[in-house]
Every structure is written in structure tokens, then in C-alpha cells.
Design a protein around this ligand. Structure first.
Ligand code: AP5
Ligand code: MG
Length: 209
């Protein structure tokens, strides 16, 4: 299955993706994680993306579409994939339609009021991409990644003023994708406010896994 996870910043796309990787046996592709890795490695892509990300704005479509195309052309995506954070604009969705056949867009519905608490408590591993929350999903040892042992950090774009800008960017540029996939008959929406395990259960039911 080729699945898209739609949802606001902090809706829980990355958290659900890490569960569905096991459940569906396919890789997840997070454009946000790929871009953060590019910044950490100081690549040309990272240098171009950094200012946009730090400001809570979208990286230009041309950069992201190319990186996504290259990523899903790799062998591990042949049996299916989960897209986390792509597409984020109508032009990205139209480009995706020309390179892959999408089975379902699963929308995680979480109101803006809930997002802020999730962002302030989020801790991430920049090495392997794992995501935690100090209350909702703490690591076994404080500040240390369960998966790879690296030190957990607060994402640069999780500052309250940047979160506000990311939400505004989401509503203006990404939310129209809900109607785009609804018109294609591919949209499934679930409540994303009910805790991590309940969200996983809603996703399993919606996807018929
Ligand atoms: P990206 O990394 O994709 O960020 P985002 O979409 O803003 O989403 P987040 O990663 O912040 O949230 P999430 O939905 O994954 O939530 P999470 O699971 O972590 O993109 C970052 C930037 O890169 C963008 O701003 C843009 O600049 C650029 N970019 C990326 N893709 C792009 C594209 N296609 N085009 C252009 N630019 C692009 O959960 C959040 C927290 O809540 C965690 O602490 C988690 O533990 C907790 N949590 C999760 N689920 C639940 C639950 N059900 N109950 C309680 N707590 C929960
Ligand atoms: Mg994420």
C-alpha cells in the first residue's frame, strides 16, 4: 500500500508512521527528517532548506519534489511506502500523481489548541529520527534515544513563535490537500486527539489492516 499521512504540525504523523512501519512492513519517508539530516550534514540541500525551516515556512516545491522522487525510486519503496510530511502543497500532490499511485490519504485530525502542548514536550533523536514526548511518550532513560542511544534534543522549529507560523503555513498551503484527496475518493480521516495507542487503533481500523 502507498499511504499518505496528512495532518498539522504535531498531529502525530511521525509517531503513527513509526508504528505503521512494523504493522505494514513498508518504510516511511519523512521529508522533514531528510531535510533535517541534510542540514546536520551541511549539504547543499540542507543549506538551501535551513532558513525556510527555521522560519516555519515550506521549502520550495522544486527541491522537495526532487528529493521525494529520488527517495521513492529506491528498492525498499517498491513494496509500498508511508509518506510523512509530503505532499504539502497542491503542486506537490500533482507531481506525486505523475510518479506513484496512491491508495489512501489518512488525515490525523487535531485542533490547533492541542498542538502547542505536544510541541513543547516533544524530544527528538536527530540521528535516527525517533520522536518522544516528555509526558505522553517518554524514553526509557531521560534524554536518551531508546532506539540508537543518541542524545535527544528539542527541534529548532518547536519554539512557540515558529509553531504558530507552521500552523498558519499548514492552514494556508497544506490543508487544501484534504479536499484534493477527498475528491479522488482516497481520503480517510481519524481523530488524532485520543492518545497514541488509540490513534494507532483508529488507523488500523480505517486502513483495514
Ligand atoms: P516536518 O518534520 O514534517 O514537521 P511537521 O509537519 O510540522 O510535523 P511534525 O514533525 O512537527 O509533527 P508530526 O505530525 O510528525 O508529530 P509527532 O509524531 O512528532 O517538517 C518540518 C519542516 O520541514 C516544515 O516546516 C518545512 O519547512 C519542511 N518540509 C518538510 N516537508 C516538506 C514538504 N513536503 N514541502 C516543503 N517543506 C517541507 O508528534 C508530536 C508530539 O506529540 C510528539 O512529542 C509525540 O510524542 C506526541 N504525540 C503524537 N501523537 C500523539 C497522540 N495521539 N497523543 C498524545 N501525544 C502524541
Ligand atoms: Mg514529524
Amino acid at each position: 500500500m502507498n499511504l499518505i499521512l496528512l495532518g498539522a504540525p504535531g498531529a502525530g504523523k511521525g509517531t503513527l508512521a513509526s508504528y505503521l512501519i512494523e504493522k505494514m512492513g513498508v518504510p516511511s519517508v519523512s521529508t522533514g527528517n531528510i531535510l533535517r539530516e541534510a542540514i546536520a550534514n551541511g549539504t547543499e540541500l540542507g543549506q538551501k532548506a535551513k532558513a525556510f525551516m527555521d522560519a516555519g515556512q515550506l521549502v520550495p516545491d522544486s527541491l522537495v519534489i526532487d528529493l521525494l522522487k529520488n527517495r521513492i525510486a529506491q528498492d525498499d519503496c517498491k513494496k509500498g511506502f508511508i509518506l510523512d510530511g509530503f505532499p504539502r502543497t497542491i503542486p506537490q500532490a500533482e507531481a506525486l500523481d505523475t510518479i506513484a499511485s496512491i491508495d489512501c490519504a489518512l488525515s490525523l485530525e487535531v485542533p490547533d489548541e492541542v498542538i502547542e502542548g505536544r510541541m513543547t514536550g516533544r524530544r527528538v533523536c536527530l540521528k535516527c529520527g525517533a520522536t518522544y514526548h516528555v509526558v505522553n511518550n517518554p524514553p526509557k532513560t531521560e534524554g536518551v534515544c531508546d532506539v540508537c542511544g543518541d542524545t535527544l534534543v528539542i527541534r529548532k522549529d518547536d519554539k512557540p513563535e515558529v509553531v504558530e507560523q507552521r500552523l498558519a503555513t499548514y492552514h494556508a498551503q497544506t490543508e487544501p490537500l484534504v479536499a484534493y484527496y477527498e475528491a479522488q475518493g482516497k481520503l480517510k480521516a481519524i481523530d488524532g486527539t485520543q492518545g497514541i495507542h488509540q490513534t494507532e487503533a483508529f488507523a488500523v481500523a480505517a486502513l483495514g489492516l
